[in-house]
Every structure is written in C-alpha cells, then in structure tokens.
Design a protein around this ligand. Structure first.
Ligand SMILES: Nc1nc2c(ncn2[C@@H]2O[C@H](COP(=O)(O)OP(=O)(O)OP(=O)(O)O)[C@@H](O)[C@H]2O)c(=O)[nH]1
Ligand SMILES: [Mg+2]
Length: 182
C-alpha cells in the first residue's frame, strides 16, 4: 500500500475547501470560520489552519489531502503543509482579472518548495465569466520551462474534482516511470 500526501494550494476563494469536500464526499476535517475579509473573497467562511481528508483508493493506496488557508496572513503555513508532499494541486480562480498574476505567484511558492514535485493547475469558477479563457493561464503554467497541465475544474462537482486528482496522479506515475527508466 502506498500513501500520497497531496497539498491543495491557491488564493482565497479559489475553491480549495470545496474541492476537498467534493473529492472526499464526507469525511473531512476543516477549520473554516466566518470570513471577515469579504473584499478579498465574497464568501461566508474561510480556512484558518487547514483542510484535511483521507481517501482510500480501490487499489488499496491512500491519499492524504491537505488544503492550505488562502489568506496571505497565513502564508507561513504553506511551506509547513507542503513539506513532504507527493503532489500539489494549485487552484486558480479563473473568474478574477488577476488570475494570471496569482498563478505566477503561486507557481513561485510551489517551485521554491521543490521544483520537481508533480503539479497540476485547476482553474475554477470559469462559468462566472461571459467568455471563459484559458490560453493565458495555460501559456504561463510552466516550471523551469516545462509546461504543466491546466485543467478547468468546477470545485463543487465531485466528478470534476476527481478528474483533477486523476491528472495529478498520472503526473506522479509519469515521474516515477522517468525515474525508473531515465
Ligand atoms: N460558480 C462557481 N463557483 C465555484 C466553483 N468552484 C468553487 N466555487 C465556489 O467558490 C467558493 C470557494 O470557496 P472555498 O472552497 O471556501 O475556497 P478556499 O479556496 O477554501 O478559500 P480560503 O479557505 O478562504 O482560502 C465556494 O463558494 C464554492 O462553491 C466553480 O467552478 N464555479
Ligand atoms: Mg478554504
């Protein structure tokens, strides 16, 4: 049996807690409290420590999912949670005008932590845009010049959350294959 620590990181309101709740379908620990920063994200609650869920896969492997708190004042927790991660899901709220800048700054955070940790970008809330665009984000999603997958994802939809997770798991497998065969 293998265990994977998967960290979900991204800006406030990008859907980290929602995604983890969708994927885990029940057994979730969260630390959400009333949101006092409605300017940064207009929603009722925000995470102050982390989200956590563990998921047993049909093949016996286990996923441990950790969601970071998005508020900048908790950025000291991001490297703590990223430590030992097998893979990272980076969520970007695609409905925000600053989505590209946000992606760039989180890519930096993840890269500083470990450039070769498998990484996938999920772009949420695209249905809120009149004309969804992904090209700019996809063009920008590179680590050390290597493109990384960018997947449109509605964090509220379990099937879409699971698909995003699947893309990350295949990145993990691809990396393991390359490591074995060079
Ligand atoms: N319309 C729409 N709403 C979405 C989508 N994905 C997520 N949401 C909503 O966006 C909000 C995201 O909130 P959270 O899941 O609390 O975000 P978070 O990233 O955990 O935020 P912090 O904990 O504050 O950092 C929720 O209200 C979700 O229902 C999407 O694709 N479309
Ligand atoms: Mg949250």
């Amino acid at each position: 049996m293998r265990e994977y620590k998967i960290v979900v990181i991204g800006g406030m309101g990008s859907g980290k807690s929602t995604l983890i709740r969708s994927i885990a379908a029940g057994a979730v620990v969260d630390t959400d409290v009333a949101n006092s920063d409605r300017l940064a994200a207009d929603k009722a609650t925000t995470t102050v420590a982390m989200d956590y869920a563990d998921i047993d896969l049909p093949n016996g492997d286990r996923l441990r999912l950790y969601g970071t708190p998005g508020q900048q004042r908790f950025d000291f927790l991001w490297p703590v949670l990223l430590r030992g991660a097998s893979g990272v899901l980076l969520l970007v709220d695609g409905s925000r005008p600053d989505a590209q800048a946000t992606l760039a700054s989180y890519l930096q955070v993840v890269r500083q932590h470990g450039a070769d940790t498998p990484l996938v970008v999920g772009v949420t809330r695209l249905d809120l845009l009149p004309a969804p665009y992904l090209d700019g984000l996809a063009a920008q999603a590179c680590v050390d010049g290597v493109p990384i997958p960018v997947v449109p994802t509605d964090a509220r939809e379990r099937a879409q959350g699971v698909r995003l997770m699947d893309v990350l798991m295949s990145e993990l497998e691809a990396q393991a294959l390359v490591a074995r065969h060079g």
